[in-house]
Design a protein around this ligand. Structure first.
Ligand SMILES: Nc1ncnc2c1ncn2[C@@H]1O[C@H](COP(=O)(O)OP(=O)(O)O)[C@@H](O)[C@H]1O
Ligand SMILES: [Ca+2]
Length: 477
């Protein structure tokens, strides 16, 4: 007993000095943890942002992307949080009033200012990429296209974001970034899974991009893009057909029917009862058709529909050239295409049109799809208008043509068969983000997809704090 008491009396815990040291120690730990948290200030501002404007031939759309600030290099973490459709036509339509192209973007840009937290504005990259509409304007009148870009850049610089410039994407870039977007959102890149091909249908051009195992890119270097992403190498086949977007394809199909400059044409791709007076000069005002303008034509022609799918498909086929091919195999117009492979995602106008026609389900046999479209095309125009009161008449008039064009492009152009057609999925969004080139473009320009696989996942926030605490405690003892 006495020995025990002696020990208790000598216990150093009971001296005032050790109490003070302990108190100081505790304060030191608290201070260390606080400093640790405060020095990781970005952790409190959890997200970063990026903005891309897609200046398409028919319209411009703005997309805002968001990702966790600490995980820039992690796949599948960038998400679209907002999109805004710019009112009015695409920027290439403002060739004669360039300032208005800039002004048209203001409303969506103001929305972006509201959506991105103010503290992040100055570090948020802002890109504008223009596609086939501006490619065509640039071919036709490069001075006008430069003025449009100048006006658009001046307008965008007025906003507080980190503006990174406005430019025309090449067809390869448009195709390749669409493919990156689809595969990034599907989480296929990081995991090294089989990739999905991308089919993009615009108004003025259309893109096809896919990986074909038995193709190394050597037969047609213009059509190949190589990537190293997360430690995996990809050899992508891609091609963009200028003038084969659905609006320009319609022009080419109409041009073909008006070569002799007639007063009236009976168009199988439009519904019976459809009857509109159109301007020859407007129809031929595009590099896709300008060379074919009839020598002597009246100012206008009457565009009448007769609603015949078979005949429509016949005249659409004539805008494709299937004869000249200097490669082992071609899609059309002498363009090389390797053997189709893998699943495909078809987006943009592919989706809008097939969704309107209730034909997004590709498990429906191709023959049945043709029958359904044939019946739709045969529906009289007044009935079509009655059945779809909410749909824009311009779009409504063109769905028979557009649907027929899509089937012709896929089967005759790219060589999809009844066997491979079910491998196509008509999609608008993947996990909340729109399918299209914009996300892939931003991921590339911000270096957000590393060439090599990341070594190990970064420590989560709570893990970091507990390690700081642990270090502080062990240090004291
Ligand atoms: N609801 C819709 N129904 C039918 N077509 C649509 C709809 N919304 C957009 N589109 C069409 O989608 C196409 C989009 O092309 P766009 O991206 O502007 O051109 P490009 O990619 O060739 O520069 C246009 O043909 C446009 O008319
Ligand atoms: Ca587009």
């Amino acid at each position: 007993m006495s020995a025990q008491r002696e020990m208790k009396e000598k216990n150093p815990w009971h001296t005032p000095v050790t109490i003070i040291i302990t108190v100081i120690g505790v304060i030191a730990i608290v201070a260390l943890v606080t400093v640790g948290v405060l020095q990781n200030k970005p952790l409190l501002q959890k997200y970063k942002y990026g903005i891309v404007l897609d200046a398409g031939s028919s319209h411009t759309a703005l997309y805002i992307y968001e990702w966790p600030a600490e995980k820039d290099n992690n796949t599948g973490r960038v998400e679209q949080i907002h999109s805004c459709k710019v009112k009015g036509p695409g920027i290439s339509s403002y060739a004669s009033t360039p300032l208005k192209a800039g002004e048209s973007l203001r409303e969506c840009m103001q929305e972006a200012e509201q959506r991105v937290p103010r503290k992040r504005h100055h570090e948020t990259p802002l890109y504008l990429g223009a596609t086939a509409g501006m490619r065509l304007l640039n071919m036709e009148d490069s001075a006008a296209s430069n003025k449009v870009f100048q006006a658009v850049e001046e307008a965008l610089q007025k906003f507080p974001f980190a503006f990174q410039g406005a430019r025309i994407l090449s067809g390869q870039e448009e195709g390749a970034f669409g493919w990156v977007t689809v595969n990034y959102l599907d989480d296929r890149l990081k995991q090294g899974l089989e990739t999905t091909g991308a089919l993009d249908l615009g108004g003025a051009s259309t893109q096809i991009s896919f990986v074909s195992d038995n193709y190394d890119g050597s037969e047609s270097p213009d059509n190949s893009v190589t990537f190293r992403l997360y430690g995996n190498g990809y050899n992508l086949y891609t091609h963009s057909f200028l003038c084969y977007g659905k609006d320009q394809a319609l022009r080419m199909t109409l041009a073909q029917q008006t070569l002799s400059g007639p007063r009236t044409i009976q168009d199988p791709c439009f519904h019976a009862g459809y009857n509109e007076t159109k301007n020859y000069s407007v129809l031929y005002d595009s590099p896709c058709v300008s060379k074919r303008k009839p020598q002597s034509a009246p100012a206008t022609f009457i565009h009448e529909g007769k609603g015949n799918f078979q005949q429509c498909q016949e005249i659409i086929k004539r805008v494709f050239n299937f004869t000249d091919c200097k490669f082992s195999q071609c899609s059309f117009n002498g363009v090389f295409q390797p053997l189709l492979q893998g699943p495909f995602g078809a987006f943009s106008a592919y989706y809008f049109v097939m969704n309107f026609l209730n034909l997004t389900d590709t498990s429906i046999p191709l023959e049945t799809v043709r029958d359904k479209l044939s019946r739709y095309c045969a529906t009289p125009w007044h009935q079509v208008v009655q059945q779809h009161p909410g749909v824009k008449v311009k779009y409504l008039a063109e769905y028979c043509f557009s649907g027929t064009y899509i089937l012709t492009l896929l089967t005759e152009g790219y060589n999809f068969t009844s066997w491979s057609y079910p491998k196509i999925k008509f999609i608008k969004k993947i996990k909340g983000s729109d399918a299209g080139w914009t996300l892939g473009y931003m991921l590339n320009l911000t270096n957000m997809i590393p060439a090599e696989a990341p070594d190990s996942p970064p420590l989560p926030y709570t893990g970091y704090v507990s390690i700081v605490t642990l270090l502080a405690v062990t240090h004291k003892h």
